[in-house]
Design a protein around this ligand. Sequence first.
Ligand code: SF4
Length: 339
Amino acid sequence: MRNLFGMTLNDLEAYFLSIGEKKFKAIQVFEWLYKKRVWDIEEFSNIKKEVREQIKHDFDMTMIAIKKKQIDHLTYKYLFKLADEEYIEAVVMMHDYGISICISSQVGCNMGCAFCESGRLKKVRNLDVHEMVEQILVIEQDLDKRISHVVVMGIGEPFDNYDNVISFIKIINDPHGLSIGARHITVSTCGLIPQIYELSKLPIKINLAISFHAPTDELRSKLMPVNKVYSITPLIKAIADYLQVTSRRVTIEYVMLNNVNDSITCAKALAHLFKGMNIYINLIPYNETNHLEFKRSSKTKINAFYNELKKQGINVTIRKEFGSNIQAACGQLRGSMKK
Ligand code: SF4
């Protein structure tokens, strides 16, 4: 049975037409669910009783459940239990400009990045659309606050679950839905090239982030097996094409791993790759885990890398740290549940 929280406005319009109702009912249902936050169909007072019965018959409204919550100052980490007993995570961060959430898109991940805790837990399945939407709804209800920014950068490779992620974006961006602006939505990929081209055609101009992490194919293939299929040259070409089609800036994520990818030679090579492109590079201090051998680069090395990129004319930031005390690196809380 379909879950009501997984339906885009277009899906619901098609549903209402299929049961002989006017399609504007879809807007009414969306507004109950996402504007008024009323989740008992019996209370949908502008929908007649027979139609309410039909909706109840045709749709499930079961939501994912919070299993565990950890709080560290301005970071909240949630572990969710899904209907099939699988676990996923979401992280909420309180900023001065609003509240952001980092959601998961899959149970586990098959991309196998060497430094990633989630990658140790192989993909079990894609998340359904409703399971992504509900990460936001359930947390907003728990915190009694509205989330303003959404990042799809938790467990999973979003472009390996492309269609569901796009439906999720349509629901949260819809003015009758959660109404989160496209500029407040970011999707991060390890570099699945066909989907980058596909995304450039999406009318909703969300932000794109690319997990890059190494400036040469040799090193990137060691850290990120996806590079053996989608290597640096065609990836840069896809990013350039995306920039040209969308006129949006792309973020390049670069995790700083001690003595692996943090030399000045790496910084120079990275700057060379992106020279003249409308990107900015986000340097991420690595969250060390118990299971993986990688260590975080020192502050001195991160600063030197940053300065070199600046010198080369690249826009660069160092990510502010959140939540390293509460296992906020993706997959760490779920990993501890699985043991
Ligand atoms: S970094 Fe992202 S794409 Fe790579 S294994 Fe981890 S979750 Fe998957």
